[in-house]
Design a protein around this ligand. Structure first.
Ligand SMILES: NC(=O)c1ccc[n+]([C@@H]2O[C@H](COP(=O)([O-])OP(=O)(O)OC[C@H]3O[C@@H](n4cnc5c(N)ncnc54)[C@H](OP(=O)(O)O)[C@@H]3O)[C@@H](O)[C@H]2O)c1
Length: 305
């Protein structure tokens, strides 16, 4: 347990900061259930998928290459199915949608876990800032393409972050999604994570009764996500990690709980942290902004090849 963990209690549902993905699924039998998860080959996604498989679920594990997905899926139980999904390439995401449709399984959950963080210099994908495009637009294409396959009580879980509070002062720069003005690594990451959160909020208003969409902050965990951070941060992280950060099993807990646990059944349009509903920023609750982002993303997607 980290130093911070020593001072953290449990939340109203009996789980909290120190809970792991195994803890939040203890006693659950997920046999017969199917979950699609992006970013299955690393970090908290890999642990989430491992625990879903451990509890009997079929995991459809998406990674950027078949090699990575296949190697990862070897650890997710006998029914795991690897697929390729490169979120920054719409053709790859659409092919992933088709692969999942072809498998024919009803999806009990879609976990949009993959992400990139804090690119030091502005990068573009298809004319849009790369974190916004990868973390948000890629997942938008994936989830909206698979809604017909979601179970009547299916759950969509967007891995957002507390970094959504560190977005640009306008919230989402809908008029400058190529980040031509004033790009910052953390502003752009925050904007992409706010987009994940607002996507979940707006999706929740469009789903069938019984289906749910939520966003989570997993905690702060040392993973490969920090690969673009500067050398000082990358040197300090491993030193402070055991003292102040969550472990990977703890980091996987919130999204695993929201995807599977009866404690989250029927709860929708919420932001979760430490395995319990939590407060997001005021932008994170802005329904008008969520609607504008949805409309803008539909425009972007319609124009992509
Ligand atoms: N770690 C934290 O402290 C923290 C805090 C808040 C939120 N989060 C969120 O948690 C999620 C998981 O992060 P993590 O910490 O587990 O990081 P990680 O170990 O770096 O895992 C990220 C995953 O996303 C995949 N990915 C990256 N770019 C992709 C792309 N273009 N197309 C498809 N997949 C792509 C990576 O694949 P490759 O390995 O092939 O690159 C990897 O599987 C992210 O959404 C992140 O924003 C993490």
């Amino acid at each position: 347990m980290s130093l911070i963990g020593l001072f953290k209690g449990k939340g109203p549902n009996g789980f909290g900061y120190n809970s792991t993905a195994e803890d939040v699924t203890s006693g659950l039998d997920l046999t017969g259930k199917t979950y699609l998860l992006t970013g299955c080959n690393s970090g908290i996604g890999q642990e989430t998928a491992r625990v879903l498989g451990l509890r009997g679920a079929r995991v459809i594990g998406a990674a950027r290459s078949m090699e990575k997905a296949t190697a990862a899926c070897a650890n997710f139980g006998p029914d795991a199915v690897p697929i390729v999904c490169e979120l920054s390439e719409p053709s790859s995401v659409r092919a992933a949608v088709q692969s999942v449709r072809d498998l024919g399984h009803t999806l009990d959950g879609i976990l949009c876990n993959a992400g990139i963080m804090a690119l030091p210099k502005r990068e573009l994908q298809h004319g849009y800032e790369a974190q916004f495009f990868t973390n948000h637009v890629g997942h938008f294409i994936l989830v909206t393409g698979l809604l017909n396959q979601l179970a009547d009580d299916g759950r969509v879980v967007m891995t957002s972050s507390t970094a959504h509070t560190a977005t640009y002062s306008e919230g989402i720069r809908l008029e400058d999604l190529a980040a031509e003005n004033g790009y910052t690594a953390w502003g752009a990451y925050g904007q992409s994570k706010l987009s994940n959160l607002l996507f979940a909020n707006h999706l929740a208003t469009k789903m069938k009764p019984g289906q749910t969409a939520n966003a989570v902050h997993p905690g702060v965990i040392m993973t490969n996500l920090g690969r673009h951070m500067n050398v000082v941060a990358r040197t300090l992280f491993p030193v402070v990690s055991p003292l102040v950060l969550k472990t990977i099993p703890q980091g996987a807990a919130t999204q695993t709980l929201v995807a599977t646990n009866p404690a989250a059944a029927g709860q929708t349009g919420q932001y979760w942290s430490d395995c319990n509903p939590a407060k997001s920023s005021s932008f994170g609750k802005d329904a008008a902004l969520a609607e504008k982002l949805w409309a803008k993303t539909e425009e972007i997607v319609a124009e992509l090849n």
